[in-house]
Design a protein around this ligand. Structure first.
Ligand SMILES: [Mn+2]
Length: 348
């Protein structure tokens, strides 16, 4: 039993009964509980790479679209896809000079780009559309999650949960980060563990409506967590299922526990970093870590989250097609299949 769960296990048992070996859902319905029109979907291509140091991740969305993702969502999965047919690089709003701030690299650029993305995502989510955002590096989640969190509060008067599937915890504060790369910090800013005054980079996030609670954040797939991040996870009692838990319980039980933690009545934003998968399945990514999820386990996570009927948005990030030759195609295929599973593709 992961330590954060043992404290609440009795409570969870009372609430949900004994945890079964399948996903905690009433039935595998595809009805979306929290969307206004069941099959209305916005696809956003966020080709931003300034949250980390390697070029090429900005081409991730293009690779996914060129491999047919938008067409598959429309023709195979029958979504009404709203796609503006452009990759949002946002180069026009990136400042010429961008000195480090509290050790963060590209702080102004990442702040203005994610702020713009936040209102873009908000404009779709407030219509009750499902929003799929393709990264780009994982700093874009500052924009996507704040946008859906705000829309969910305005539209449904609810807080949403975030399932963060990743090898890394991405919850460094500027002070605990060794690299200064903001793609390792999105959850610190989104939860308010890190904050800034207005006018400074990420000062715009200084508003409760844009944030998520640490109690509604659940990790799956962790295996490369920095020292300071481990402390933040412990001190804040954040629900985290590492690869150790996946080994011990199997992915089925991990999903039971993760979804029981969130509960049946909470909208879910899924933020999926392709580096959660083992490099065997997804080698073409900036910070690959061995001993990760199999492609089947990653797909199962996406299927289970879909089956809750609570999913309202997802990010698929960190596909960097320039890092590998053969591996790039494999990584793109894996990413597409994760998105398809999250959107209702089934094996039978
Ligand atoms: Mn990440």
């Amino acid at each position: 039993m992961p330590p954060f769960l043992s404290q609440r296990y009795d409570q969870l048992r009372r609430q949900y009964g004994a945890l079964s070996s399948t996903c905690v859902v009433d039935s595998p319905i595809t009805n979306a509980k929290f969307l206004s029109r069941n099959k209305d979907l916005a696809l956003v291509a966020a080709g931003f790479s300034g949250g980390q140091g390697k070029s090429g991740v900005d081409a991730g969305p293009t690779a996914l679209i060129e491999a047919g993702l938008a067409i598959q969502l429309r023709d195979h999965l029958r979504y009404n896809v709203h796609y503006d047919d452009k990759i949002h690089y946002c180069n026009d709003i990136v400042p010429d000079s961008d000195p480090d701030h509290r050790g963060m690299k590209n702080p102004q650029a990442t702040s203005v780009v994610t702020q713009k993305l936040s209102s873009h995502i908000f404009s779709h989510a407030k219509e009750g559309r499902f929003v799929v955002t393709l990264g780009g590096d994982h700093s874009i989640a500052i924009g996507t999650i704040s946008g859906t969190a705000k829309a969910t509060r305005e539209r449904l008067n609810r807080d949403m949960a975030v399932i963060w599937v990743d090898a890394h915890a991405d919850i460094n504060t500027p002070e605990t980060s060794d690299s200064g790369n903001i793609h390792g910090m999105p959850l610190a800013f989104l939860t308010g563990l890190a904050s800034e005054k207005g006018g400074k980079p990420f000062g715009w996030l200084n508003s409760e409506e844009l944030r998520i609670s640490t109690t509604k954040l659940v990790y799956i797939g962790l295996r490369d967590v920095d020292h300071g991040e481990k402390r933040l996870l412990r001190e804040n009692g954040i629900a985290a299922f590492s690869m150790h838990d996946v080994d011990q319980y199997g992915i089925g039980k991990v999903m039971d526990m993760a979804l029981a933690w969130i509960g049946n009545d909470t909208p879910i934003h899924l933020s999926f970093d392709i580096d959660a998968l083992d490099p065997m399945w997804a080698p073409s990514t900036g910070t690959a870590v061995r001993r990760g999820l199999t492609l089947r386990e990653g797909s199962f996570i996406a299927e289970c989250v879909h089956d809750t009927g609570s999913l309202i948005a997802m990010d698929l990030v960190e596909v960097n097609p320039s890092l590998e030759q053969e591996g790039a195609e494999k990584t793109v295929e894996a990413a597409i299949s994760i998105v398809r599973c999250a959107l209702g593709e089934t094996l039978l």
